[in-house]
Design a protein around this ligand. Sequence first.
Ligand code: ADP
Length: 356
Amino acid sequence: SYGSAKNSVGDLRTGEYNKFGSPIMSEHTEEHRQHLSHSLTGPDIGSATSSIHAAEEQLKNSDSNLVEMVTTEILQQGPPVDWSDIAGLDMAKASIKEEILWPILRPDMFSGLATLPRSLLLFGPQGTGRTLLAHCMATQLGAAFLRLSSSALVTKWLGEGDKIIQASFLVARCRQPAIVFIREVDLLLSAQLSEESPVNRLKAELLMQLDSILTSTEDHILVVCSTNKPEEIPESLRRYFTKRLLIPLPDGTARHQIISQQLSQHNYCLSDKEMSLLVQRTEGFSGLDVTQLCQEAVVGPLHGIPGTDLSSIHPAQMRPVSYQDFDNVFCKFQPSISQKELDMYTEWNKMFGCNQ
Ligand code: ADP
């Protein structure tokens, strides 16, 4: 609510610089987030004070329904995400840590950098953990995490999409440090918008907000965007993303990790050979595909139990999940990304990416 937004801002302003370290959150509370943010905003949190004041004043004069909607729907309260929750992506993780998080956490040690990282584009196939990564960054920074979906902005909320973008950045300013994550940003930035397109208002608002974040020396806000169509972002707008990272499909080791992670909460019986076969058969799957495959397979043992028995059956009486359960559901899944699309990402990465 508006009230709690104000309180957290009040707390943030008294934030003190502690010591650098990888923060592991053991609790999922807002209080804990605020506690962390104290230690992570660096010695110059004071620099954001006037920006927070100005944002608070603006917030007071904003449409309260809109602010309420942003704090309940856009501002994420979910459990924290740790690096270990994200399988694979070692290169991307290393580069995020070294080039984005460390300079933000220790501006004193990275004083040689002209500016702190303020925007990041995660490009690549859908369902590969881009949202998880953004959420993990917020956890590591002790930052508020605001999540905007471009498709919801242009469909469900089109009439007031620009106001939602504006209110989201305003709330981010009040709650800083904050990460604003925008999914499938190509929908908002596409070059193919006709002049009369109502999406243009959203685009203009987003660019204005990005301009302000990129040029601000005060705000502790990082904008992270994802896209599976990086080629649709016009050349002139690419500069808005100071860093561009390819997030690829999970390799064999990562798929193995996701399958093990998913099965760990269930009783299962798979030989090493069957596990290797699963890893092989999921080649080309996204992390989301692998997760969904597992979720379908683990209910296999429930099939065939009559509804009347289901209510009284004890989990220990269930047969373990087997390779056959996976075999039965494989037909529902196939790699959703073509080799041609994968090659396109590699090409775009060579030309415009930051990690080759
Ligand atoms: P994206 O933003 O790239 O479309 P998400 O981060 O929303 O994808 O991932 C969707 C879901 O797929 C996650 O909640 C998770 O269950 C699973 N997933 C995708 N990639 C990974 C990964 N690398 N490690 C673990 N789980 C993953």
